[in-house]
Design a binder for this molecule. Structure first.
Ligand code: ATP
Length: 228
């Protein structure tokens, strides 16, 4: 459903992506893995049009996204849960959800059923939530746009293990629901459990793509590119 072909991105004159090829099939959970500074966030920024690629093609269900402004890319069906959450702290949980609502299967009631902790705090200002709850709200907000593809960029970064598990549980529910997800995260164990397919990026190039069983079995590969 999402395909990147030969994507090259630059920051000024400095090239960060050197021909990235990446695919997310519908209804699957796919990861983008790599050590710090290898180009994961730049790839996400390319998809969203925040750092538009200079060369290459990006398409969602056949519709070209590269060259479109970010708001049109979002409207085409890409929902992002960004690093560092970025919810509206002075709005309530419910207001945060309503703010991004766009017709479809995900409604406020369904999001609150997915995250009972948010349901208990629906009338509370979002800035008073714990870090984990704010992250759940960030996911809820992205779901309220009813995206065809949901991108989670380091969504569990800095969260306590128990809260992280809650986020993974939610990803499992979404996967069972047929939601296509692109995951960027450092918790390889959870990713091996949850994801169907993985890509490894190294210095702006995809150097490996394959399934969870292959990646779990290949210690040398993990050591070389992920340092794990
Ligand atoms: P991390 O896990 O640390 O976020 P990453 O894999 O997401 O790493 P990117 O942030 O995509 O990596 O960075 C890829 C390359 O682009 C790095 O060499 C980085 O120094 C460079 N880069 C990232 N942002 C900028 C920027 N705003 N200006 C110039 N260079 C940048």
């Amino acid at each position: 459903m999402l395909s990147l072909r030969g994507v090259e991105s630059f920051y000024g004159s400095s090239q960060a992506l050197f021909g990235v090829d990446l695919d997310v099939a519908s209804g699957t959970v796919t990861t983008l893995l790599g050590r710090n500074g290898m180009g994961k966030t730049t790839t996400v920024r390319a998809i969203l049009g925040l750092t538009p690629p200079r060369r290459g093609k990006i398409a969602l269900d056949g519709q070209r996204l590269d060259g479109l402004p970010p708001y049109r890319i979002a409207r085409a069906g890409i929902g992002l849960v960004p690093e560092g959450r970025q919810i509206f702290p002075t709005l309530t949980v419910r207001e945060n959800l309503i703010a991004t609502a766009r017709g479809g299967g995900w409604t406020e009631a369904r999001v609150l059923a997915l995250f009972p902790r948010l349901a208990e705090r629906a009338g509370q200002r979002a800035g008073t939530l714990s870090g984990g709850e704010q992250q759940m709200l960030a996911i809820g907000r992205a779901l309220m746009t009813n995206p065809r593809l949901l991108i989670l960029d380091e969504a569990t970064e800095g969260l306590a293990p128990l809260i992280r598990e809650e986020i993974w549980r939610c990803v499992e529910v979404l996967k069972a629901d047929g939601q296509a997800i692109l995951l960027i995260d450092k918790n390889l164990d959870a990713l091996l459990r949850l994801a169907d397919r993985h890509h490894i990026i190294e210095k702006g190039r995809i150097v490996w793509a394959g399934g969870s069983a292959e990646l779990a079995a290949d210690t040398a590969l993990r050591q070389r590119y992920l340092g794990i």
